[in-house]
Design a protein around this ligand. Structure first.
Ligand code: SF4
Ligand code: SF4
Length: 591
């Protein structure tokens, strides 16, 4: 798809996420929802700046998709955003949405994270398109985001199917030249009752399953000539089939190769693939993660050539890895990039003054087994705190703590606690806590309530008291909520009151029944907290015995003097939180 298809547009340098927001606005989207997750978070954070679009954070991705399905039923164009693992949470409605279909066009962004820059796995969500039978686009850069999305809502409405738009970290966060255009007038909302289409009882599902296959057959014909799929003819010997950002690496590394650049990757254009493969002597597939394209192309009976060195099945590709696969020289970085000095490695750590540090410092001292969860507090698993024993997926901490309790029996009592962030608890921690209550467990849950979804950039959630657009909202009362679930022992305590927090955890462990400790202290980076940081902690070198206890709390403001082995407080980092004063046995640190 080239310029002539999107004429009279103003050029703009946009990240992939900004391009999604702009394209949604242009397409007349009226409702957008999602759950924050790197690398997708900035889409809704950008779109909320367009007043014509109602933007919301949902408590989780399943709720987001269901809400969007309802809005679509009312004839409104919708956008749903999530990171790749979020689609697992939304998989239940997603797998049936292609059957019921949509009315107002719907685009679902899945932002995949090859190499796991900020994720617990690198699942390849292209598989979800085939699995859920939803048409899928894969852009290579911001310009293709704009081009592909320009027709995505139309396509969705025409075929009454949700469209899966698969991006990756590089596409979401890289800026490239794209464009801006005017907004299209949205259609007026409307609702029509349709029992067969919208009520998925088995008899109706069987009818809609047939209709879905008819739609896919229409789509299979359409993708053959869709402008998102194009052949770039060059060499008659070497041909590469690729999609997404991998296309950029192929073009950079193998400039002479003919390329079948696929942008519409479910369903695949079978005839176009066969035609391309027949036009070159050797045809290869180059792709990241799963052999999604390779499997489909081979299933068409197309003979693929084997690259000299197999592609890495794990992680992102790069120009260097593609060059290694083909045994050619890697493209040289531009001079300015080559001249950049090596950056010092910076292992991720909890921030100075982080409320979670006090929790993990205490749990470590208590020698407890801690089932953990997803959030910035997962860093509590790393040395020197090293006080989290598990991390599986959003909301798993409470269920795993309860399961461990069931497996170990009385031995687990007084030894196992589950920790879960406030936003994570609201995302998927409520039902596992209900399970503990319902099945007579004793699990102790510590809700780390820092008043925000910190990990993804301080996003609002139902506990923060604000909506995505900054407006006021009722804030969840965690104590009332867990009591309503049947938890009798529920206390709120500031974890920086170390003795009181420890006492609360001890009492919870002794309680005969499920117990919840709400460790409440706002994130140190929230604007309203930043202004209240206290002066740098005082350090008395004469009193210090170089015992090293302060280093073991893992505060990045406490540096080690290589010559003396004693601490040095970095005043640029220290927030004056005072936690180190409670760790020092000699009184060498004071506020
Ligand atoms: S007071 Fe101590 S623990 Fe808190 S930020 Fe400063 S050095 Fe770190
Ligand atoms: S804990 Fe106190 S005595 Fe020990 S090294 Fe740190 S400042 Fe010195």
């Amino acid at each position: 798809m080239r310029d002539e298809l999107l004429p009279l547009r103003e050029k703009a340098l946009l990240s992939g996420n900004e391009a999604v927001a702009q394209a949604a606005w242009e397409a007349g989207v009226l409702f957008a929802t999602g759950y924050p997750g790197t690398p997708s978070t900035e889409i809704l954070e950008t779109l909320v700046g367009y007043p014509e679009v109602r933007c919301e954070w949902a408590p989780n991705e399943k709720v987001a998709l269901e809400v969007a399905a309802g809005a679509s039923l009312g004839g409104v164009r919708t956008l749903v955003t999530m990171k790749h693992v979020g689609l697992n949470v939304a998989a239940d409605p997603f797998m049936t949405l292609a059957y019921t279909g949509v009315k107002g066009g719907m685009v679902i962004i899945t932002a995949d994270d090859p190499s796991m820059h900020s994720s617990q796995n690198e699942q390849d969500n292209r598989n979800y398109a085939r699995f859920g039978k939803a048409p899928m686009f894969e852009p290579a850069d911001s310009r293709e985001v704009t081009e592909f999305l320009a027709g995505a809502w139309d396509l969705s409405e025409r075929l009454e199917l949700p469209v899966l738009f698969r991006m990756t970290t590089r596409v979401c966060h890289s800026k490239s030249i794209s464009s801006r255009g005017p907004r299209r007038e949205p259609a007026a909302p409307s609702y029509t009752k349709d029992f067969v289409k919208n009520v998925m009882i088995p008899a109706n599902a069987r009818t809609m399953r047939v209709k879905l296959e008819e739609k896919l057959n229409l789509l299979r014909a359409e993708v053959e000539t869709h402008p998102a799929n194009r052949i770039e003819g060059r060499s008659a010997e070497l041909g590469v089939i690729c999609a997404g950002n991998v296309y950029n690496y192929v073009r950079e590394t193998l400039p002479e190769a003919s390329v079948l650049k696929l942008g519409f990757t479910f369903p695949l254009p079978a005839a176009l693939i066969r035609k391309f493969a027949a036009s070159v002597e050797r045809c290869y597939v180059v792709e990241e993660l799963d052999p999604y394209l390779e499997t489909e192309v081979r299933a068409l009976g197309v003979a693929l050539a084997t690259v000299p060195a197999p592609r890495p099945p794990i992680g992102e590709l790069s120009p260097e890895t593609v060059a290694a696969m083909f045994g050619v020289a890697a493209p040289q970085p531009q001079a300015a990039a080559a001249a950049l000095p090596e950056l010092a490695p910076r292992p991720p750590v909890l921030c100075p003054g982080c409320s979670h540090r006090a929790v993990f410092m205490t749990l470590k001292k208590m020698r407890l087994t801690v089932t953990g969860d997803i959030g910035c507090y997962t860093l509590g698993a790393l040395p020197p705190l090293a006080s989290m024993d598990t991390c599986l997926c959003m909301g798993a901490s409470i269920g795993m703590g309860y399961g461990l309790e069931r497996a170990l029996g009385p031995e687990a009592k007084e030894r196992v606690v589950a920790v879960i962030g406030d936003s994570t608890f609201l995302h998927s921690g409520i039902t596992p806590l209900l399970n503990v209550v319902y099945n007579g467990g004793h699990t102790v849950t510590i809700i780390l309530d820092n008043r925000t979804t910190a990990m993804t950039g301080h996003n609002e959630n139902p506990g923060s008291g604000r909506t995505l657009d900054g407006g006021p909202a009722p804030a969840v009362d965690y104590r009332a909520l867990v009591r309503a679930l049947g938890v009798e022992f529920a206390v709120t305590v500031d974890p920086y009151d170390v003795d009181k927090f420890k006492q609360a955890v001890e009492m919870a462990l002794l309680h005969s029944g499920p117990a919840v400790v709400i460790a409440q202290r706002p994130c140190v980076l929230l604007p309203e907290v930043r202004g209240k940081h206290r002066p740098t902690v005082n350090y008395d070198s004469d009193t210090c015995t170089a015992c090293g206890a302060c280093f073991r709390i893992g505060c990045p403001a406490i540096e080690k003097d290589a010559a003396t082995g004693k601490p040095r407080i970095n005043s640029a980092f220290c927030t004056g939180c005072g936690l180190c004063t409670t760790a020092c046995p000699c009184g060498a640190l004071s506020l």
